[in-house]
Write a protein that binds this ligand. Structure first.
Ligand code: THU
Length: 159
């Protein structure tokens, strides 16, 4: 019997330390929060995905009176990207959230289901996705969703 430690590397920084591409993607994610349909949670999330051809697609959470029928910003965005640009890999994904009358101080991390969908997108195009989780106080950069899903289940398990 032995123990294994699984290490997750997260870069903690401020918006001002991001490069121009990252800043632009965060700006788009923040803007996308405004299009959220969140009458139940009042928690507006925006996501922006960069594709390998430079295209940026955005999305937001879309809630429903039948709660589970709603969808998170990340899945709205990645499913839209897959539906509209099936031949283009997603290379980066920025996420921001707006609550009350301000963007959140701390980064908003994707829920478990969204992590699984980000993983599928990485595997589909065989490319890691840089994830930027924006917060007014601090921002996180993660190089692949595999860091957020240790012992993940993916398509190779079905081969
Ligand atoms: N939500 C997202 O869109 N993304 C996240 O990363 C976390 C949660 C949404 C789902 C729901 O509409 C609201 O935020 C509250 O959970």
């Amino acid at each position: 019997m032995k123990n294994i430690d699984i290490v997750t590397n997260i870069v903690v920084c401020n918006y001002t330390e991001l490069n121009e591409t990252q800043k632009n993607l965060v700006d788009q994610a923040k803007k996308a929060c405004k299009n959220a349909y969140a009458p139940y949670s009042h928690f507006s999330v925006g996501a922006a995905a960069m594709l390998d051809n430079g295209t940026i697609v955005t999305g937001s959470n879309q809630e429903n009176a039948a709660y589970p029928s709603g969808t998170c910003a990340e899945r709205t965005t990645l499913f839209y990207a897959g539906a509209q640009y099936p031949d283009n890999a997603v290379t980066m994904l920025a996420i921001a959230a707006y609550k009350g009358n301000a963007y959140t101080q701390t980064p908003t991390a994707p829920c478990g289901a969204c992590r699984q969908v980000i993983l599928e997108t990485e595997h589909r195009y065989n490319k890691p996705i840089e994830i930027i989780l924006y917060g007014e106080d601090k921002t996180y950069i993660i190089t692949s969703v595999e860091s957020l899903l240790p012992l993940c289940f993916g398509k190779t398990d079905l081969e």
